[in-house]
Design a protein around this ligand. Structure first.
Ligand SMILES: Nc1nc2c(c(=O)[nH]1)N[C@H]1C(S)=C(S)[C@@H](COP(=O)(O)OP(=O)(O)OC[C@H]3O[C@@H](n4cnc5c(=O)[nH]c(N)nc54)[C@H](O)[C@@H]3O)O[C@H]1N2
Ligand SMILES: Nc1nc2c(c(=O)[nH]1)N[C@H]1C(S)=C(S)[C@@H](COP(=O)(O)OP(=O)(O)OC[C@H]3O[C@@H](n4cnc5c(=O)[nH]c(N)nc54)[C@H](O)[C@@H]3O)O[C@H]1N2
Ligand code: SF4
Ligand SMILES: [Mo]
Length: 749
C-alpha cells in the first residue's frame, strides 16, 4: 500500500508499437503508471525492450493526447461528445456525396492501423462498406513492392518470407536496419543478439546498405551500395548462379514455373555490367553469389531500403528469386513462412487474391491503383487539380501524410482546399491540424492488444493477449469506424446500426473459416474486436473450432499472461497461385527490366539522399514523448568526412539540402559510417507547423525530409514512393540562427 492508501497493481502486456512484441510489466496505482519494465518471463521477448516501450505511460498521460473528439468551427477547435462529432461527420459527408458521389472521397490509412486492436480488425471492413475507390496509405511508402511480388509469385500479398536467422549459416540483409527499427516484416526477439550468435557459431552476416548501420557494425561485413542499385546487384548474382551451374531448387523442384525466363532475363546483367551502377566490384558480386550458393543455408532479407527506391519491385522480387534458385526458400536456415495461431489476414484479406492487380488509374497523372492502393504521392494533385472527380473529402486513419509522404509541401497546401477532412487520430498534428473533425483512439493502455501485425512474420507460432489496463471513456473505436463507413455508403445517421453491421461482418468471417455463423453468433454475442480475435484463434489451425475438436481458445491465452508458444514454422512455401506453383518470372515484373537497363546507363548524381530510423522515434509521432526527446539532436544529416570537407562543412555546421525548388536546413553529423556521395536524414520530423498541438515535439522540431522527395518519383510497377536515392545538392548554411547540433554525440547509425 502506498501512503495515499491506493494499492499498486501490476499488469503484464505487450508493447504494441513495433513488431518486436516486447512483453512489459506495467506498475500502476490510482490510474497512474508508475513504471514500465521488461517482462523477463515473457515467452516471446524474454526480457527484451527498447526505450520506447517504457514510455507508454507517458503517452497515456500526455496532455496533448486527445481524450474526446474535436470539431473545427470557424477555424477554432471545440471539444464535443461522440454523438455530436459523428453528426458533424454526417453533415460534412452527405452534401458532398449527394452532389458528386463517392468518387470524390478518399481515405488514407497509416501505419497505426496495424497496431490498434480495433483498427487492425475493422479498417478492411471500413473500406469494403464505404464504397470508395480513392484509397491511399503508408503501404505505398513502405512494403507495397513486396506485396506486389508476393501476390504474383505466391498468390498472396502477405505471404512474405522471413529469414530463419537462428538456424542460418549466412544472412544477407539489404535495406533494413533492425538495430534501430527492431526488425520489420521480421519479428524476432532480438535480431542483434541473433547476429552475434550466428557469428559465434561460425556463420556470417553481410549487410548491404549505403550506410554502415548499427546492424552492419554488428554483422562485421558491410557492402556499401549506391541506393536503388539492389536489383542490378541481385540480377548479377542470379546471372552467376546460372553461368556457373549453381541453380538448385532443392525441395522446390517441380514446383517452380519460369526458371528459364529468369535465366534469359539475367543474361545481360553480368557482374561487370552491374559493378559501376552498384559501385561494387564485379569480383565481389561473384564471390557473394558463390558464398550464397555454397552456404549450407542462406537467408536473403530485403526490407524498406529495397522497397522505397526506384526499383523496389525488381529488388523485392529478386531477393526471393535468389533464395529460390539456391534452394533456400521455405527451408530451415533460409527464408521461411509462419504458421499462425490467429491469422487475421486470412480471415479478412485486405485485398483478395482473385481481384485484378490494377483496379483503376488515377485521374490526374494516370497512375495505376495496384492491389487497391493509389500511390500516396498522388493524393495532393488529386485534391488541388480542378475538374470532374477532384477529391473533395478525405478520411485519414492513423496517418500523418504531411510528414510521411513524399511531396510534402504540395500536400500541406492541398489539405486546406478539401471540403471536408475527418481524421481518426489522437493528436492535432501536422496533418490533422487541417481536419474538420478528429475522432481519437483509446490510448495503447486503454486498448486490448494482440500482435496481428507481427505474428505473420514470426517463425515461432504463439500469442500474447493483453487486456485493456485503463478504462476507456469514449466510444469504442470500431463503432466510430463503422459509423463513418455507413455514412460514406449513404446511410442516414439515425438509421445506422453498428451492432447489426458488426454481426454481418463477423458472420462473413465465420463463413471464411467454414464455421456456421448461426451456430457461432449465439456463442459469441459480445460485439467488437475481441470476438473477432477469438474467432481467429478458435477457427485457426490450433483452435478448438468452438468445441468441434480439442484446441485453443482465447481463454487459454488469457490464462498465460507471459504469452504462449505453441508451434514453429514448417518447411514449404504456402501457395495460392492458379498454377499451384511458384511463379518465378511474372511478366508484369519482367516488363520493368528495360527501365532498369536504361537507368544503368545514366550518369550518377554527385549526392543521393537516403532515409533512416532512430531507436527513439516511431515514424512521426513518438517525438512528442519527453523521455524519448531528451539527449542530442537526432534529426541530423549523416555525411562522410571527405564529402563534408569538400564542402567546407565542419562539426556544428548546418547544411542546406536542396532538390529543385525545395530546400531544408539540417545540422551535419559527420561520420565515417556512410558511403561517400550519400547523405541520410531520418523521416518523421518537421514538427514546426502552425496550429499543431505537440508541445514536446515542437521544441525539437527537426526537418521534414519528405519535402525533398518528389511525389512523382515512383517504383513504377507498384506505385511505391521513392524516399531513398533521391539526388540532392548540398551547401554549407551560413545564415545566423541555423540549427546547430548539440555537442554531445550519440551514434545515429
Ligand atoms: N522519407 C521517408 N518517409 C517515410 C518512410 C521513410 O523511411 N522515409 N517510411 C514510411 C513508412 S515505412 C511508414 S509506415 C510511414 C508512416 O506514415 P504514417 O502512418 O502516415 O505516419 P505515422 O507517423 O506512423 O503516423 C501515425 C499517426 O497515427 C496517429 N496515432 C497514434 N496512435 C494511434 C491510434 O491508436 N489510433 C489512431 N487512429 N491514430 C494513432 C499518430 O498521431 C499519427 O498521426 O512513413 C513512411 N514515410
Ligand atoms: N525505432 C523505430 N522503429 C521502427 C520505426 C521507427 O520509425 N522507429 N518504424 C517502423 C516501420 S513503420 C517500419 S516500415 C520499419 C522499417 O524497418 P527497416 O526496414 O529496418 O528500416 P530502417 O531502419 O529505416 O532501415 C532502412 C535501411 O535501408 C537503407 N537504404 C536506403 N536506401 C537503400 C537502397 O537503395 N538499398 C539498400 N540496400 N539499402 C538502402 C538505409 O540506409 C537504412 O539503413 O521499422 C519499424 N520500426
Ligand atoms: S517499440 Fe518495439 S522494440 Fe521497443 S519496446 Fe515496443 S515492441 Fe519492443
Ligand atoms: Mo512502415
Amino acid at each position: 500500500m502506498s501512503d495515499t492508501g491506493a494499492t499498486e497493481h501490476l499488469q503484464l502486456r505487450t508493447c504494441p508499437l513495433c513488431e518486436g512484441m516486447c512483453g512489459i510489466e506495467v506498475r500502476h496505482r490510482d490510474g497512474e503508471v508508475i513504471s514500465i519494465r521488461p517482462d523477463r518471463n515473457n515467452v516471446i521477448s524474454r526480457g527484451h525492450i527498447c526505450p520506447k516501450g517504457t514510455t507508454l505511460g507517458e503517452l497515456h498521460h500526455s496532455p496533448d493526447r486527445l481524450r474526446g473528439p474535436l470539431i473545427k468551427e470557424n477555424g477554432a477547435w471545440r471539444e464535443v461528445d461522440w454523438e455530436t462529432a459523428l453528426r458533424r461527420c454526417a453533415e460534412l459527408i452527405q452534401p458532398i456525396r449527394e452532389q458528386y458521389g463517392n468518387g470524390v472521397i478518399a481515405a488514407y490509412a497509416g501505419n497505426m492501423i496495424a497496431k490498434s486492436f480495433d483498427l487492425v480488425r475493422y479498417v478492411g471492413n471500413f473500406f469494403g462498406l464505404a464504397g470508395i475507390r480513392q484509397i491511399y496509405g503508408s503501404s505505398t511508402v513502405d512494403q507495397h513492392p513486396k506485396n506486389l511480388t508476393c501476390m504474383l509469385m505466391y498468390g498472396d500479398m502477405w505471404h512474405i518470407a522471413i529469414p530463419d536467422i537462428d538456424r542460418t549459416d549466412l544472412i544477407v540483409m539489404m535495406g533494413g536496419n533492425p538495430s534501430a527499427s527492431k526488425g520489420s516484416i521480421f519479428s524476432h526477439q532480438d535480431v542483434m543478439g541473433a547476429i552475434r550468435s550466428l557469428r559465434e557459431r561460425g556463420g556470417r552476416a553481410v549487410v548491404i546498405d549505403p550506410v554502415e548501420t548499427g546492424t552492419a557494425q554488428r554483422a562485421g561485413e558491410w557492402l556499401p551500395i549506391v541506393p536503388g542499385a539492389d536489383a542490378a546487384l541481385l540480377l548479377a548474382i542470379v546471372h552467376v548462379l546460372f553461368e556457373e551451374g549453381r541453380v538448385k531448387l532443392g525441395d522446390l523442384d517441380g514446383k517452380v514455373n519460369g526458371v528459364d525466363a529468369v535465366r534469359e532475363a539475367s543474361k545481360d546483367f553480368t557482374p561487370e555490367a552491374a559493378a559501376a551502377f552498384c559501385d561494387i566490384p564485379a569480383e565481389t558480386i561473384r564471390t557473394l553469389a558463390r558464398e550464397i550458393s555454397d552456404a549450407p543455408s542462406a537467408a536473403i532479407y530485403g526490407r524498406i531500403g529495397t522497397c522505397t527506391q526506384r526499383f523496389g519491385t525488381l529488388a523485392s522480387w529478386l531477393t526471393d528469386v535468389v533464395a529460390i534458385l539456391t534452394g533456400n526458400m521455405g527451408s530451415p536456415g533460409g527464408m521461411m513462412f509462419s504458421t499462425q495461431v490467429a491469422s487475421h489476414l486470412d480471415l479478412a484479406p485486405p485485398y483478395p487474391s482473385d481481384a485484378p492487380l490494377i483496379s483503376h488509374h488515377s485521374r490526374v497523372s494516370g497512375k495505376p491503383a495496384v492491389l487497391g492502393l493509389l500511390p500516396s504521392g498522388t493524393l495532393a494533385e488529386e485534391i488541388d487539380t480542378p475538374g470532374e472527380g477532384k477529391i473533395r473529402g478525405l478520411i485519414t486513419i492513423g496517418a500523418n501524410p504531411v510528414l510521411s509522404a513524399p511531396g510534402a509541401d504540395r500536400l500541406e497546401k492541398a489539405l486546406p482546399q478539401l471540403d471536408f477532412f475527418i481524421a481518426f487520430d489522437s493528436y492535432v498534428n501536422e496533418s490533422t491540424v487541417h481536419a474538420d473533425v478528429i475522432l481519437p483512439s483509446p490510448s495503447p493502455l486503454e486498448q486490448a492488444h494482440w500482435d496481428v501485425w507481427a505474428w505473420p512474420w514470426c517463425l515461432s507460432s504463439g500469442g500474447h493477449y493483453s487486456p485493456p489496463l485503463f478504462p476507456h471513456e469514449g466510444m469504442e473505436e470500431w463503432r466510430a469506424v463503422l459509423t463513418v463507413a455507413a455514412l460514406l455508403s449513404g446511410q442516414p445517421f439515425q438509421a445506422i446500426d453498428t451492432n447489426a453491421m458488426d454481426d454481418n461482418y463477423f458472420a462473413s468471417m465465420c463463413t471464411v473459416l467454414g464455421l456456421d455463423p448461426a451456430k457461432i453468433l449465439p456463442l459469441a454475442p459480445k460485439h467488437g474486436a475481441e470476438r473477432i480475435l477469438e474467432l481467429a484463434i478458435r477457427g485457426g489451425r490450433y483452435g478448438d473450432r468452438y468445441g468441434e475438436r480439442e484446441g485453443l481458445t482465447l481463454d487459454d491465452f488469457k490464462a498465460h499472461p507471459h504469452g504462449m508458444l505453441v508451434g514453429k514454422a514448417e518447411p514449404g512455401v504456402p501457395l495460392r497461385t492458379k498454377s499451384g506453383k511458384i511463379e518465378l518470372a511474372p511478366q508484369y515484373v519482367l516488363d520493368d527490366l528495360p527501365r532498369l537497363r536504361s537507368a544503368m546507363t545514366e550518369k550518377r548524381a554527385d549526392t543521393y539522399l537516403v532515409s533512416r530510423r532512430t531507436l527513439r522515434s516511431m515514424n512521426s509521432w513518438m517525438n512528442n514523448v519527453h523521455t524519448l526527446s531528451k539527449g542530442p539532436e537526432r534529426c541530423t544529416l549523416l555525411i562522410h568526412p571527405e564529402d563534408a570537407a569538400g564542402l567546407g562543412i565542419g562539426e556544428n555546421d548546418s547544411v542546406e539540402v536542396q532538390n529543385g525548388e525545395n530546400m531544408i536546413v539540417v545540422p551535419a553529423e559527420i561520420t565515417p559510417h556512410i558511403k561517400r556521395g550519400i547523405v541520410s536524414i531520418p523521416h518523421g520530423w518537421g514538427h514546426d507547423r502552425p496550429g499543431s498541438r505537440l508541445s514536446i515535439a515542437e521544441k525539437k522540431p527537426g526537418v521534414n525530409a519528405n519535402r525533398l522527395n518528389p511525389a512523382e518519383l515512383l517504383d513504377v510497377p507498384s506505385g511505391n514512393a521513392v524516399v531513398n536515392g533521391v539526388p540532392v545538392t548540398l551547401r554549407k548554411h551560413d545564415l545566423p540562427g541555423a540549427p546547430a547540433r548539440e555537442a554531445a554525440l550519440e551514434s545515429q547509425v
